[in-house]
Design a protein around this ligand. Structure first.
Ligand SMILES: Nc1nc2c(ncn2[C@@H]2O[C@H](COP(=O)(O)OP(=O)(O)O)[C@@H](O)[C@H]2O)c(=O)[nH]1
Ligand SMILES: [Mg+2]
Length: 232
C-alpha cells in the first residue's frame, strides 16, 4: 500500500533532515507541514523536496498548533493516491523504525494503527514519575469520559486507512493540541472504524524544544467532555 507520513514542524531545524532521510529508507512519501518556522525549517524542507522525489512540503503562514497543520496535510495527502496516511512527530520521540509495523497493521486489516505507550511492551524512556502520571492520567481520563477501549489517546504516532480520513468530518475538528489526537481517534471509533494499538517506546527529544503548553493541556481537559456532545 502507498503510505504518506505527515510531519508537522515548528522549529525543527536540527531534526528535519535526519528524520526525512530515515523515513526514506522505509519507502514512504513524506509531507512536511511547516508553520513558517522562524528557525528556517521551511527552507530545509524545500531543499529536501528538491533533492528527494518522495518529499513534499506544505507551507502554512503562521503557527496554529498541531491540529490545523495535520488537517491541512491530510487534505493534501487525500488528493494523492495514498492508501495510508500517517501522523508522526518530527523530534524522534517516535522512532521511524516503527513506521513499517504501523503500516503492516493497516495492511492486515486495522483501520487505524496506533503507536501506544500504554499496552504491554510499550512505554516512555527517561520520564520522571510526575510526567508519567500526568500522561497516563490524561489518557485514562479521556478513556473513561468517552467510554473508549483505546489505552493511549494522546499519542500522535498513527496510521490511518484513507477511508477513515475521508469519512470523518475533518471540517468539524477544531482542537489544536493533545485534544486533537483524542478527537481524531474518538471520531473514528464513533464511525465504527477498528483501532489496533501497537506498543512503542516514546523517547524524549534530544534536539530542539517542545511546543507543549499549559493552554494545550487545558484545552484537552475542557474539550474531552464536550466531545461526547459534539462528535457524531
Ligand atoms: N506545523 C506545526 N507543527 C507543530 C506545532 N506545534 C508542534 N508541532 C510539531 O508537532 C510535533 C510534536 O510537537 P512537540 O512540541 O514535540 O510536542 P510534545 O512531544 O508533546 O512535547 C513536532 O514535530 C513539532 O514540531 C504547530 O503549531 N505547527
Ligand atoms: Mg515532542
Amino acid at each position: 500500500m502507498k503510505a504518506t507520513v505527515c510531519l508537522p514542524t515548528y522549529n525543527e531545524r536540527e531534526n528535519l533532515e535526519k528524520m526525512v532521510r530515515a523515513l526514506g529508507a522505509h519507502g514512504v512519501r513524506v509531507l512536511v507541514a511547516d508553520d513558517n518556522s522562524p528557525d528556517g525549517t521551511g527552507e530545509i524542507a524545500d531543499r529536501l523536496a528538491q533533492e528527494l522525489a518522495y518529499v513534499d512540503v506544505l507551507h502554512r503562514p503562521q503557527k496554529e498548533g498541531l491540529g490545523p497543520a495535520y488537517l491541512a496535510a491530510f487534505r493534501r495527502a487525500l488528493q494523492t493516491d495514498a492508501d495510508l496516511v500517517l501522523e508522526m512527530d518530527c523530534d524522534f520521540s517516535h522512532d521511524p523504525a516503527d513506521v513499517p509495523r504501523l503500516i503492516a497493521a493497516c495492511e492486515n486489516g486495522a483501520d487505524i494503527a496506533l503507536g501506544s505507550r500504554y499496552v504491554a511492551g510499550g512505554g516512555t524512556r527517561d520520564w520522571g514519575l510526575l510526567r508519567r502520571i500526568v500522561s497516563w492520567g490524561g489518557s485514562f481520563y479521556a478513556r473513561i469520559v468517552l467510554g473508549l477501549g483505546v489505552r493511549d489517546l494522546t499519542g500522535g504516532f498513527k496510521c490511518f486507512r484513507r477511508a477513515v480520513l475521508e469519512t470523518i468530518d475533518l471540517d468539524a475538528i477544531h482542537s489544536k493540541g493533545y485534544a486533537f489526537q483524542i478527537e481524531l481517534t474518538y471520531s473514528a471509533v464513533r464511525r465504527g472504524f477498528r483501532v489496533v494499538e501497537l506498543p512503542i517506546v516514546f523517547a524524549d527529544r534530544t534536539e530542539g524544544t517542545s511546543k507543549m503548553s499549559r493552554a494545550i493541556f487545558l484545552e484537552a481537559v475542557v474539550k474531552v467532555p464536550l466531545l461526547r456532545v459534539t462528535v457524531r
